[in-house]
Ligand binder design. Structure first.
Ligand code: NAP
Length: 253
């Protein structure tokens, strides 16, 4: 494929939260390869965020890393202040930062529940609010939220995590309805089982059971999800909004 054909994000400014590892990292890298100007947000792993920025700039593309805990309003505010100062605009927000804590409902400690809700729900809410303030003024923008198949179907042992992802789906639909008038699209992707640090501790028996129920017969990769996010962030998806796009190899839950 010739290079021009894949420059889906030419010049667009994209913020990917939680881009130091996993799906966020793959998304930031693929966006850069499609000539976006990439902002790599992270919380703890500065080394991994900086190594991604180096990989991107070594290819001749633009990237910067910003540390901010998405659960902290002051840090989120400061991140968006830096984005306005550096770029003067924001075209794409990917609310990817997320954590998972699995436990049976009756065993789940309220702090586990709170931690999951803080990152997955409050983080998504806060970053969307701040991005929308920039995008409304531009009368353009696109927001992509990371949901999950378990947010659609539910799952045993995931009452906190799965319901945080159901929040993301409801929130996506509300934001799409409110922000559509400003030419802003809001969509969610709902990955199935993707091979990242988040799922690294999954017991091999559980993995085998999941695999049996995936029609495409393989576990997903971060790139599988990144490709769909880049498509949703591109002008090719300009008339897609309020949708939840499954990226799960046809998993039967
Ligand atoms: P991962 O490999 O564990 O990476 C998580 C990323 O989120 C890291 O970059 C981490 O930053 C960042 N992060 C965590 N808490 C943060 C905070 N408070 N503020 C800012 N950044 C924070 O996870 P992943 O598997 O790539 O998952 C990415 C998203 O996809 C999540 O929303 C997850 O729920 C969703 N998802 C994943 C799967 C899957 O099977 N993997 C399936 C469905 C949905 P540091 O490195 O700095 O800690």
């Amino acid at each position: 494929m010739r290079d021009e054909v894949i420059l889906m994000l030419n010049g667009k400014v994209i913020l990917v939260t939680g881009a130091s590892r996993g799906i966020g990292r793959a998304t930031a890298f693929l966006a850069a390869k499609n000539h976006a100007q990439v902002i790599v947000n992270y919380q703890k792993h500065a080394d991994q965020a900086e190594s991604l920025v180096s990989e991107i700039t070594a290819l001749g593309h633009s990237a910067m890393a910003i540390r901010a805990d998405v659960t902290c309003e002051e840090e989120v505010k400061e991140m968006f202040r830096q984005i306005r100062e550096q770029y003067g605009r924001l075209d794409i927000l990917v609310n990817n930062a997320g954590i998972m804590k699995n436990n049976l409902l009756m065993m789940t400690k309220i702090q586990e529940y709170q931690d999951v809700m803080d990152v997955n729900c409050k983080g998504t809410f806060l970053c969307t609010q701040h991005a929308a303030k920039i995008m409304v003024r531009q009368k353009a923008g696109t927001i992509i939220n990371l949901a999950s198949v378990v947010g659609v179907y539910g799952n045993r042992g995931q009452s906190a995590y799965a319901s945080s992802k159901s929040f993301v789906i409801g929130f996506t639909k509300c934001a799409a309805k409110e922000l559509g008038a400003f030419n802003i699209t809001v969509n969610a992707v709902a990955p199935g089982f993707i091979d990242t640090d988040l799922t690294a501790d999954t017991r091999s028996q559980v993995k085998e059971d999941i695999l049996k129920n995936i029609a495409l017969g393989r576990i997903g990769t971060p790139d599988d999800v990144a490709k769909v996010i880049v498509f949703l962030g591109s002008d090719l998806a300009g008339y897609v909004s309020g949708q939840v796009i499954g990226v799960d190899g046809c998993e039967i839950m």
